[in-house]
Design a protein around this ligand. Sequence first.
Ligand code: SAH
Length: 227
Amino acid sequence: MESLVNHLLHQGVVKSESIVHVLKQVDRSKYVPPGLPPYDDRPMPIGDGQTISAPHMHAQALELLERFLKPGCRALDVGCGSGYLSACMGRLVSPTGTVIGIENRQSLVDLASSNIQSSNEADLITDGQPVIQIRLGDGWTGEGFQYEQFDAIHVGAAAETIPDTLLGSLKSPGRMVIPVGPQWGSQTFLVVDKADDGSITQTELMSVMYVPLERPVTASSPRSRGL
Ligand code: SAH
């Protein structure tokens, strides 16, 4: 793990001391399925066609959000999957902050929760007032978090457009990092800043490839009709 973090340092992906520290602290082997190489810098399957993102993308997201992941901050991790990034965010905002991890699949709510529970970050999810809460919800509708406001938002799946609910959930000031673009097409990693006066700035960082942020299934949607 040490050599993976050194590799990310040499590549210039991470610079902040606090992010380097958390990447060394939170052990990816507790979040990557057994039998797969946890410290290779590439995404790995976590079941249900989903992936744990590559270490350099996790590192990049944390580095960009660092200013909004101080102790006491509130963070949202949409599409928390393996739970790895929620755990890193939890360590950074603890002991007084909160991380809400949202998943639209119950199987991955269970996976994220059990991964965190069996890791060195278990204290963050099991204590009386847990820092990390993993919830079933949806990044488009805001189910699971819609009446809450966050300093930092990470979206772990690519949306065709920035969901309004997420923009509305961002504090002033606050920052969101989100991959935006068509399913399996050309996607861009965006940094979305909300200033003190509520104005929004978007910065395009780089081309990326993420699994899609899926639209919720409704009675009339193709998925629910088995198409
Ligand atoms: N960041 C995680 C997982 C990335 S994969 C990790 O690195 O482990 C993207 C995740 O987004 C998947 O777990 C998928 O189930 C979830 N997802 C897809 N659409 C979603 C939606 N509309 N709302 C919430 N989660 C969603």
